[in-house]
Design a protein around this ligand. Structure first.
Ligand code: DX5
Ligand code: ZN
Length: 223
């Protein structure tokens, strides 16, 4: 499994050191939350931060999670910034297929995000077009929330759906995932864990060791 580290867990004034520790710990994906204060009642990251991080860590994959209304408005600038994956909430636009196509035409990989309130089979119309489905284990907008009951069952249902459809999208899970749940996710065939305060950040031995532990336990065999 891939640790796509949710960098919103790094205090802003310690961001550079935290990013260096992630890379030294073997992390190859940064999960970057963008929040507009409208789709979610919180604000997070200017697009310029995506550009600066990609310029400083070109070898790291920028996994951008848009919690914004009208995600189409940001795609061109995310392309310029160097984003690799761009995921958006299906209920944040009236034009899901057009948004997926626009992300692809810009040369990036497209992901859709489903909230805890949305049924898993909601992704069926998009299953063969997307590169990733991000399953929220918390309500979007704030780090530090507890993993919602019922999410493991939803992940199992999505993994089954993917098999039935013969689709190849990556499954990622976001919010409150601790080490125990990483093991359960691995058994289900989940591809990416949004690395959180429960398994990567705020650990007694620090970010670098926590990342190394994740890679040793769950990252084996990653290309
Ligand atoms: C929540 C964000 C998540 C969150 C994950 O809206 O999408 O990426 O920051 O961080 P944890 O799991 O540490 O709260
Ligand atoms: Zn996120």
């Amino acid at each position: 499994m891939i640790n796509t580290a949710s960098i919103v867990n790094i205090p802003y004034l310690q961001l550079r050191e935290g990013l260096n520790e992630l890379v030294e710990g073997g992390t190859r994906f940064f999960h970057m939350d963008l929040m507009d204060g409208h789709y979610v009642p919180n604000l997070c990251y200017p697009l310029d931060l995506v550009r600066e991080i990609k310029a400083a860590y070109p070898q790291v994959t920028a996994d951008v999670h848009m919690m914004v209304t009208n995600p189409m408005d940001y795609i061109d600038r995310l392309k310029t910034a160097g984003a690799d994956y761009v995921s958006f909430h299906t209920d944040s636009t009236s034009f899901v297929r057009r948004t997926i196509d626009t992300i692809h035409r810009a040369g990036m990989k497209a992901g859709i995000v489903i909230n805890p309130s949305q049924p898993v089979d909601h992704i069926l119309p998009y299953a063969k077009y997307v590169d990733m489905v991000l399953v929220m284990a918390v309500e979007p907008g704030f780090p530090g929330q507890p993993f919602l009951e019922g999410t493991m069952e939803r992940l199992e249902e999505l993994a089954d759906l993917r098999e039935k459809c013969g689709s190849h999208f990556l499954i990622s899970v976001d919010g409150g995932v601790d080490r125990e749940r990483c093991a359960s996710c691995q058994k289900l065939g989940i591809d990416m864990i949004v690395g959180t305060r429960h398994n990567i950040f705020h650990q007694p031995d620090g970010i670098r060791e926590a990342c190394r532990r994740f890679e040793a336990e769950f990252g084996a065999g990653e290309q």
